[in-house]
Design a protein around this ligand. Structure first.
Ligand code: SF4
Length: 238
């Protein structure tokens, strides 16, 4: 099963910039950006980021405000601060043995860095990988990680798998079947997450009095360290 998958990947791999590097820092940046943002939106931002901050040391030396500003538009802004803090750890102590000690790095991102950055045979597990393994009944190795991601993102889709073009169709016991519809994430439009995002965008443009902003959103952003509120009520980036 894995050979079929790898042969297909050899023919149809998506050319993504983080697949051309084994620099663990570049992999970290790409994985944190990809945690909740689509690939197409991440590509140009990833390239800009590495041009501006090519090493953990360069990123660690940047003011948190610059990092938050550079993150604007990627969403889930806490990731920017986590990435910044992770760069500080790596710049001062080196890469920890347990990568999940780095802020913003969970088991999936840690496995991705170990595989794509340090060449270890570990399989980063996300919903796509789990779905393909469940449907095929096969356990894949770390060598198949990128191929599995592509298959899960473009062929073995969650709602309507494209079995007719799937390289694993012949041996796959789930060929032609569908899963029950999954619960959808709540709409972003009008949500508190959108209010936070819009408030941070305003503050990133220029410091502003709290009274002119969404107070609840300011409080939540301040709790996460994404904005600072001065004694006179002025809200700015940290
Ligand atoms: S045959 Fe269908 S269900 Fe099986 S892995 Fe391919 S796309 Fe997924």
């Amino acid at each position: 099963m894995e050979e079929l998958l790898l042969a297909w990947y050899g023919r149809s791999a998506r050319d993504l910039p983080w697949r051309r590097t084994t620099d663990p820092y570049a992999i970290l940046v790409s994985e944190v950006m990809l945690q909740q943002t689509q690939v197409e939106r991440v590509v140009p931002r990833y390239l800009d980021w590495l041009e501006r901050w090519p090493t953990p040391t360069a990123l660690a030396a940047a003011p948190a405000g610059d990092v938050i500003r550079a993150w604007q538009g990627l969403g889930y802004n806490r990731r920017a601060l986590a990435l910044h803090r992770a760069a500080v750890v790596v710049a001062t102590e080196g890469w920890p043995d347990d990568l999940t000690r780095l802020p913003g790095v969970g088991p999936y991102t840690a496995a991705a860095i170990r595989n794509f950055g340090f060449g270890e045979n570990v399989l980063p597990r996300d919903v796509n990988v789990d779905r393909v393994e469940r449907r095929t009944g096969h356990s894949f190795t770390g060598s198949a990680a990128q191929a599995l991601m592509d298959l899960g993102a473009t062929v073995c889709l969650a709602r309507i798998p494209r079995c007719e073009v799937c390289p694993l169709a012949a041996p796959c016991p789930s060929r032609g079947t569908r899963d029950e519809p999954a619960r959808k994430q709540g709409p972003f439009e009008g949500s508190f997450r959108q209010r936070r995002s819009e408030t941070l965008r305003l503050v990133a443009t220029a410091a502003a009095p709290r009274a002119e902003l969404d107070g609840e959103a300011v409080d939540a952003l301040a709790r996460d360290g994404l904005v600072a509120v001065a004694a006179d009520g002025t809200v700015s980036l940290p």
